[in-house]
Structures are given as structure tokens and as C-alpha cells.
Design a binder for this molecule. Structure first.
Ligand SMILES: Cc1cc2nc3c(=O)[nH]c(=O)nc-3n(C[C@H](O)[C@H](O)[C@H](O)COP(=O)(O)OP(=O)(O)OC[C@H]3O[C@@H](n4cnc5c(N)ncnc54)[C@H](O)[C@@H]3O)c2cc1C
Ligand code: SF4
Length: 325
């Protein structure tokens, strides 16, 4: 690990001023950043500890659930309002990492975590995300856990966050602060496809801080669920996951939201595919048509084609067995 300066921010203004330095990084729970610093993948000159800022609230205001960026993954998962208003969020959080890591991990840090692509995490390999222009060995190498949706010639790394998938199905908004003020970004526009600049993963600019997440506390959100398929029952990232909610009226779909994890370079949702389900009874044929449209843009490799079957199975299970209608 390279030497670095450390500063504990006493206020939001101070944090934003310190983070204006191009080599500065915010430190929340440290469960990802410190790992990457030890591996030499991240080498900030200044660590700005934001852990003492008052950004850990969880509150229902009007019809919006506001969750502070520093609320821990455990606190959010256990919160009775979250469990009642947005069960998918709680279930997604509880499916991630371990109890100890969730206690330290923050919501903002979870959204900003980097990919688990083994080539990205090792200096023995080139990687366009770590060193732009150096190449992507995953295309021809070990890619069984890589993305099938949203890939590019430059990167096929899968988006790792479970909670981002739930937030996408729940139409959440991310509040981002800078010295110029606060902007609100729909989670659907928060992550960037890799294209030819895979090193840029989100719309968060250097020097900005996520301060909270807003989740609409709708009747649909209260019926949501999260299903995660993975190589072992705990302490494992998703091979495929689904966050979803559906409401039937007169036996046919009146409202539906389905987001996929473990398949895309970004959390994946297709509202045009969802519209195919509206007015339909939930059955093999209608769900198959939805899956065909949702997965049509997939570009699997020989080793990760299995993810398409996992995703189909997970969507069928979610829509016919997991969700209250
Ligand atoms: C062994 C292991 C298993 C895991 N399994 C899963 C899993 O199954 N599913 C899953 O979803 N996650 C998993 N994780 C990831 C874990 O959830 C994240 O490490 C954690 O949420 C990151 O939060 P943090 O507060 O520790 O972030 P930090 O490590 O402190 O920061 C991570 C990044 O976010 C930036 N950052 C932090 N806060 C902010 C903010 N407010 N605004 C802007 N930038 C910010 C930091 O600068 C840094 O770049 C796992 C992690 C580990 C180590
Ligand atoms: S898939 Fe992305 S992160 Fe992995 S080696 Fe290729 S460029 Fe790097």
C-alpha cells in the first residue's frame, strides 16, 4: 500500500472542500476501498473519512423513504419501515456479503463499489477499467462470472451491487452533493455502460458525495421481493438476481417492475419489455415473452451463457411464486 494522507471531515463543507483534490477519495465503511488500496488498484493521495457526517438517517417523509448515504447495510436491512415499505431492499441487502461486512458497509459505498472482475483486481493482467487502453483479457479468458448484457469490446465486467438492483426496480433517486449544490439522479441514469470508457462507472464526478437515496414508498414497492441465485448460499455475489414487484387487477397485470442483477455491466431493467406484461395474465407464455424481450440484447460468451437460463428461471419464480399479487 502506498503512503497517503488521512483527514477526518468535521462537516459536509469540509468534506467537499477536501474531496476537490483530484487524488482524494471518500472513506465510508472502507470494506471495498481499503481492500483495493491493499491490492494497489486504488492509490489515493488523500483519504477523507466521511464516517462522522450526519448522513445515516432512515425516515419516511410524505410518501418517500429517505436513506442516508452512511446508513449501514445492516441498519437499513433491519429497519421496520424499510422491511414494510420496500421489502426488496431489505432482502437485497441481507443477501449480500456477511453480517460483519454489512455492519460496516454504507449505502453510498455499496453503490460505488468496484467490480469483482479478477483481472481488474490483479496487477499481473492488463485491464481497461484499471488502466484505460491496456486491454480486456476477460473477453478471451475466464469469464463465467462476467456480464451478458450491456457489454462492450472494452469491458464485460458485471455490476456487483445487489442493492442497486432493488433500487432500480423501486425507482429510487440518488442525491449527490458538490460545492455547487445538490443534484438528484434517478438510479436508472446513475450507472454508465462501459462503452469505450469502462473506467468511468457512474455519473458521480470527482469531488462529489452521495448524501442520500430517495425511494418512493408506493403500494407496488410494499409488494416487492428480491431473489438471488449464486454459487453458494451465502457470502457470494449474484450469478443472477431479480428484484421485482407486480400488482394484478382482475387477474391481469396492472403494474410491474422487474430488474436484473448479476447479468449486466449495469443493473438491468427494460420498461418496454415490462409493458408486454401489462394486461396479461401471468403464465408461462406471457413471462416467456417478457424474458425474450428482456434478454434479447444479451451477448453471452461460451462460459456465461448459463446466466440466461438462470435469469429466466428467476423471473418465472419471482412472478409466479415469490410475489404477493
Ligand atoms: C467479502 C465481500 C463480499 C461482498 N459481497 C457482496 C454481495 O454479495 N453483494 C453486494 O452488493 N456487495 C457485496 N460486497 C460489497 C460491500 O457491500 C461493499 O464493500 C460495501 O457496501 C461498500 O461500502 P463501504 O461503506 O465500506 O464503502 P467504502 O469501501 O468506504 O467505499 C467504497 C467506494 O465508494 C466511495 N464512497 C463511499 N461513500 C461514498 C459517498 N457517500 N459518496 C460518494 N462516494 C462514496 C469510496 O470513495 C470508494 O470509492 C462484498 C464485500 C466484501 C468485502
Ligand atoms: S472485464 Fe472489464 S474489469 Fe475485467 S479485465 Fe476486462 S476491462 Fe478489466
Amino acid at each position: 500500500m502506498r503512503p497517503f494522507e488521512f483527514h477526518r471531515a468535521a462537516s459536509m463543507d469540509e468534506a467537499l472542500a477536501l474531496l476537490a483534490r483530484p487524488d482524494a477519495r471518500a472513506l465510508a465503511g472502507g470494506t471495498t476501498l481499503v481492500d483495493l488500496m491493499k491490492l494497489g488498484v486504488e492509490a489515493p493521495g488523500l483519504l477523507v473519512d466521511i464516517g462522522t457526517l450526519p448522513l445515516d438517517g432512515i425516515a419516511l417523509e410524505a410518501a418517500t423513504l429517505r436513506i442516508g448515504a452512511l446508513a449501514s447495510n445492516s441498519a437499513v436491512a433491519r429497519d421496520p419501515i424499510v422491511q414494510g415499505q420496500c421489502p426488496a431492499l431489505s432482502e437485497a441487502l441481507l443477501s449480500g456479503a456477511s453480517g460483519q461486512i454489512r455492519n460496516a458497509a454504507s449505502m453510498g459505498g455499496n453503490l460505488m463499489q468496484r467490480t469483482r472482475c479478477a483481472y481488474f483486481r490483479s496487477h499481473d493482467w492488463p485491464c481497461n477499467k484499471r488502466v484505460p487502453g491496456s486491454g480486456c483479457p476477460a473477453h478471451e479468458g475466464a469469464n463465467a462470472h462476467h456480464a451478458v448484457l450491456g457489454t462492450s469490446d472494452h469491458c464485460i465486467a458485471v455490476s456487483p451491487s445487489d442493492v442497486a438492483v432493488a433500487l432500480l426496480a423501486l425507482d429510487a433517486t440518488v442525491a449527490i452533493a458538490s460545492p455547487q449544490g445538490v443534484r438528484h439522479v434517478p438510479i436508472a441514469a446513475f450507472y454508465r455502460l462501459p462503452g469505450d470508457t469502462p473506467a468511468i462507472e457512474t455519473v458521480v464526478q470527482p469531488g462529489e458525495l452521495i448524501i442520500h437515496l430517495d425511494v418512493p414508498a408506493t403500494a407496488l414497492a410494499a409488494r416487492s421481493a428480491y431473489l438471488k441465485l449464486r454459487g453458494r448460499a451465502s457470502y457470494e455475489f449474484a450469478s443472477a438476481s431479480v428484484a421485482g414487484a407486480v400488482r394484478l387487477e382482475g387477474g391481469v397485470v396492472a403494474e410491474v417492475a422487474i430488474a436484473l442483477g448479476g447479468l449486466g455491466t449495469v443493473p438491468w431493467r427494460d420498461r418496454r419489455a415490462e409493458r408486454l406484461l401489462l394486461g396479461q395474465a401471468l403464465g408461462e407464455a406471457s413471462i416467456d415473452r417478457f424474458c425474450d424481450a428482456l434478454l434479447a440484447p444479451a451477448r453471452p460468451t461460451a462460459d456465461n451463457r448459463y446466466k440466461l437460463d438462470l435469469a429466466r428461471g428467476a423471473v418465472h419464480h419471482m412472478l409466479t411464486r415469490s410475489l404477493p399479487c
